[in-house]
Each structure stands twice: as structure tokens, then as C-alpha cells.
Design a protein around this ligand. Sequence first.
Ligand code: CMC
Length: 440
Amino acid sequence: MSKDTLTITDNRTGKQYEIPIENEAIMAKDLRQIKVAEDDFGLMSYDPAFMNTASCKSRVTFIDGDRGILRYRGYPIEQLAEQSNYLEVAYLILHGELPTAAELRDWTWHITHHTFIHENIKKFIDGFHYDAHPMGMLVSAVGALSTFYTDAKDIFNAELRRKQIFRLIAKMPTLAAFAYRHSIGMPYNYPDNDLSYTGNFLNMMSKMTEVQYKPNHTLERALDVLFILHADHEQNCSTNAMRSIGSSHVDPYSAVAGAAAALYGPLHGGANEAVLRMLAEIGSKDHVPAYINRVKGGEVRLMGFGHRVYKNYDPRAKIIKQVAHEVFEVTGKNPVIDIALELERIALEDDYFVSRKLYPNVDFYSGIIYQAMGFPVDMFPVLFAIPRTSGWLAQWEEMLLDSEQKIARPRQIYLGYDERDYESMEQRQDKESKTAKASD
Ligand code: CMC
């Protein structure tokens, strides 16, 4: 008879332990009973970078990295990208089900009517230097929102949580667009409630003297699809930050600021920016083989390639590649696409990449579209943070309501000094001069 347990023999003591297996996992805490002596701390598992540790149970997003599958609440990403829109997907991610027509109307109304930010936030953004990175401004401005909404501290009040969710999803595009307008020295454009979520974002980014901004439908839809693709991605670095910071029961604005900071890095959401800088550095198709050799020599990384979970083509990259062609019909082709396609072609034939299962990820093509649409390169991580806010909030709420969760607090393996006595400055100087003499 098979049993859902794991038997461990501790060869130090010869003792055997039987540990339950649930959901294909053992509880790391169950290892603590494995001891050599009664006063031992007990066995721990060591897992830097969480390579094989589940930190939560989640019902939001499913990824099968070997088969290149991504689903939100069970719905395949391909179907959502084709048939849904970002606000509907945000509702789905947060509520677990697709909305009815009335629910979607209500949800869209609330998001649309929370897009304005306090005028003092404008002054806050004004304080940044002219060449401040917009992601730095976004991280700071969203954190600053916590000082405007003191009710946000009441995180176990469902109604107030809902209010902060409206505010955050609604205000992120406004903060992002204001940060951009500040960086180009242009006046801020206020939200236009007659436009869609992405149409309004384009309005706040681009409107000049026209009375009402009319977004190009293809670009508005392309941005919407990109937002759908970026909405959630289970326990990635920034989501883990959101959950970890949120586990201290801080308000969601502070937690989102921390999550956005995690997203900023070039190994995560900053990769789309890094891809474009890499393509510019390569310069032309002819230089691709030489660049691939530098990657293989360990000198540089091929940005936009590889993923901790996907060991197959990232399904989001496949969809983005299609969207690129639709966008190019409006904007004209972004010439760097030819360099990207050549990089992909060579990499997918090369044993270095094949053996390591390195495929294009979401960031490989998204920046090329954003650039064709006229967004500057340093806005790319910001364009990732806007839609990921719904995912962060869904994961944050799931964590808060999960009775198994507590403040996130990993253990460590301490390899430092054992206890030693404090040395006075004279003793230290004495020691230093002795060492210097010895090495003469
Ligand atoms: N270029 C060249 N070699 C790579 C790359 C790459 N982009 N990615 C991984 N490798 C190699 C790596 O050197 C290692 O080789 P070896 O076994 O010989 O030491 C092997 O592949 C495994 O790499 P790893 O660093 O152990 O893998 P990881 O799971 O820790 O890292 C990653 C995942 C996404 C950080 C990494 O693939 C990477 O740095 N990619 C480039 C940055 C990027 O595109 N990030 C966006 C990720 S997707 C969206 C998001 O999260 O925001």
C-alpha cells in the first residue's frame, strides 16, 4: 500500500522519522523533530533564493514552466489576452471569478473614479531632479500615498481594503504618467474619465493641446494586452516582497512601494529596459554572433532570456511577438526587432542556450513594442509595475486572509565568529602594527 509520507533515516543517530506529504510537499517545520541531542535546535532546510521552497498556498496563478503554461484563476493566458481586457482580468485575479456585466460596470466605475491624486503629490513629484528615473519616482510616490490615506492601516477591514485596492489600481497610471511628464518638463495631464484604463494612461502621457485626447485604438488595445500579460506571475521576486512586507501588517501603499522596488532590478522588471540597452549596444544583425560569444564566455547575460520557472518558451513572449506586428502597422517597424529575431534564432540553435533551457521571456519583446509606441526606455519597468499592482494586491490579500501565514521571517545558517571579547582601540592598533610588521 502506498502512503503519503516520507521516511527519513538520520544516519547520525540511526533514528527514523515519518513525515506527511501533502500537496507534493513536506512541511519544513516537520524536520525540526530531527535532532542529535534533546537541546538541539533541530534540522532545517537550506534553500537560498527559494529554489525549491513553497512559501504559501495560492489559488491565483498557475505556471507549468516545463510546458510553458500560464493561467490566472484557471483561465489560460492566451484566452484572456485575446478575449478579455485588463480591468476584467484585474477583477478576476482579485476576486477569483470573472465578473458579471453589473460587477464589471461597478468595478470599472470605481477604478475610473479613483484616478485623481492629491495635489500635494504633484508637489512631491516636482521635487525630483529633472533626470530622476521614473521608476524611482513611482516607488517613492506610491509609498508617499500611505501618508494621505491613514485608513489604509486598517488592513483587516474588508471594505477599507477594497477602497485601497481601487485607489492603488486607479492611481498607479496617474503616478507613472506624472513621473514621465515631470522627466520631460511637460505639464501634468489630469485623468480623463471618459477613456478606458489604457486610453486614459496614454492621454496622461501624451496629450498636448487637443481638447480631448483620442487614443489610437490599436495602441490602446496593444497596451491592454501587455497589461493582461503582466498582471500576475505567482511567487516572483516582487510578489514575494509584497507578501513579505505585507506580512508585517503594514499598509498596502508601503508594501506596493517595496514590491515595486524589487521589480526595478535588471534581473526582474528592469530586464525590459536592459534588453533595449543591449539591442542598442549590439547595433546591427551582423554583430549578433560576436555578442552571443560574449554571453557564452560569461562576460554578459543575454537580457530577456532565461527564467527561474519557464524551461520552455514563455507563453507571454509568444503573445507579445504577435502584438508587435499589430503595433508596427501603426507605428512603423522598430528596426531593433531584426536584431532581436536574429538573437533569438541563433540562441535557440546554440547548445549553450538549449542545454540550459534558456528561452525568450516576457521582457525580450515587450520593450521593443513600448519603444515603437514612443515610450522612453526608462519607462519600461514602470509599464510593468502598473498592471502588476493587481497581482501584488491579490497575493497580499490572499496572504492576509490565510490563517497559516505569519510574519515572514526566514532562518539562517550562522557561519560567523563564536563569542569573543570586545577589543579596545589600543588593542586593535597594537594588533594591526604587529600584522604590518609580520608582512614586511
Ligand atoms: N544569459 C546567459 N546565460 C544565462 C542567462 C542569460 N540570460 N540566464 C541564465 N543563464 C545561465 C547561467 O549563467 C547559468 O549557467 P551555468 O549553469 O553554466 O552557471 C544557468 O543559465 C542557470 O542560470 P541561473 O542564473 O542559475 O538561473 P536563475 O533561475 O537563477 O535566473 C534569471 C533566472 C531570469 C534571473 C536569469 O535567467 C537571468 O538573469 N536572465 C536575464 C534577465 C532577465 O531577462 N530577467 C527577466 C526575467 S522574466 C520577467 C521578470 O521576472 O521580471
